[in-house]
Design a binder for this molecule. Structure first.
Ligand code: NDP
Length: 285
């Protein structure tokens, strides 16, 4: 079997076209949603991610602003900036780019953002609502993964989904979203003995370990849908996933590439969350 390659680029393009229509409708009502991105320090990778987010906003007709601060910024100062954004009626979404310098508590920062402006979906209120299956701002990568599966009409209900990775930003939430879609979910992590025993039983395999080439053809069930979340840089500077693409493509039914798979959907879901937050705060949802 040769897998159908799930193009995140294509699905993101279709989503952005729909989001632009939503943004235009809001504009006709005098509302232009605004995303504020806060960056502390000058990590080039973070800056490159932020540029993608700002470009995405412009593409669908959202406003965005970047607030940049030096790595020496104190935690109290950052919390004050967030409080100002919380109170600013013009701002619909607040995103603090992670990672932060070690002297700043990421958890404190996340918990200071107003939950209804928390477009990254990391605030405990949004996580709690998601766990309870309630309406929430849901973190972007997990949401993007579900939308990729749906875009290809890949059945989730009744299927066995195996998630490799249990981080708060990818593994845990994507498992919960799959559960909400009525999959039977197994979580694997670095302490799982004989990982392959589990991954080989997956109808849907989500790999978010951040380990280049962790999953090969022998670890995948024939005909599975494989979503590779991993982004790893090789010594020669290439970006590769956690899945050995060339091998697995001969066994899976669906496979996402890296780059061009999950990545473009992550930013697109951020744009969707910003529109959702803007609508919700104005009682338009
Ligand atoms: P973390 O490092 O926070 O979590 C990695 C998870 O994988 C942990 O739960 C860890 O287990 C588990 N793990 C590590 N090694 C193994 C192994 N050998 N076998 C089984 N499980 C293992 O990473 P993130 O969740 O933040 O990100 C995961 C990957 O996804 C990274 O490559 C990251 O760059 C990428 N990513 C991509 C995004 C995109 O938009 N494309 C967005 C976000 C992340 P344990 O808990 O036991 O330590």
């Amino acid at each position: 079997m040769t897998a159908e390659i799930i193009s995140g680029k294509q699905t993101a393009k279709e989503w952005r076209a729909r989001l632009k229509v939503e943004a235009d409708e809001l504009k006709s009502k005098g509302v232009v949603p605004c995303l504020t991105v806060i960056m502390v320090g000058d990590d080039p990778a973070s800056l490159s991610y932020i540029k993608g987010k700002i470009k995405g906003c412009a593409e669908v007709g959202l406003r965005s602003e970047l607030k940049r601060f030096p790595a020496s910024m104190q935690e109290a100062e950052l919390l004050e900036v967030i409080e100002q954004c919380n109170a600013d009626e013009e701002i619909d979404g607040i995103l603090v780019q992670l990672p932060l310098p070690p002297h700043i508590s990421e958890q404190k920062v996340i918990e200071t953002i107003r939950p209804d402006k928390d477009v990254d979906g990391f605030h405990p209120i949004n996580i709690g609502r998601m766990v309870a299956g309630e309406e929430a701002l849901i973190s972007c990568t997990p949401q993007g993964i579900i939308q990729l599966l749906k875009a290809k009409d890949i059945a989730i209900e009744g299927k066995h989904a195996v998630v490799v990775g249990r981080s708060n930003i990818v593994g845990k939430p994507v498992g919960l979203l799959l559960l909400k879609e009525n999959a039977t979910v197994t979580y694997c992590h670095s302490k799982t003995p004989d990982l392959s025993t589990f991954t080989r039983t997956a109808d849907i395999l989500i790999v978010a370990a951040g380990r280049a080439g962790l999953i090969g053809a022998d670890d995948v069930k024939e005909g599975a849908a494989v979503i590779d979340v991993g982004v790893n840089r090789t010594e020669d500077g290439r970006l590769v996933g956690d899945v050995r693409f060339e091998e697995v493509k001969e066994k899976a039914a669906y496979l996402t590439p890296v780059p061009g798979g999950v990545g473009p959907m992550t930013i697109t879901m951020l744009l969707a969350n910003t529109i959702k937050a803007a609508k919700k705060r104005r009682g338009l949802l």
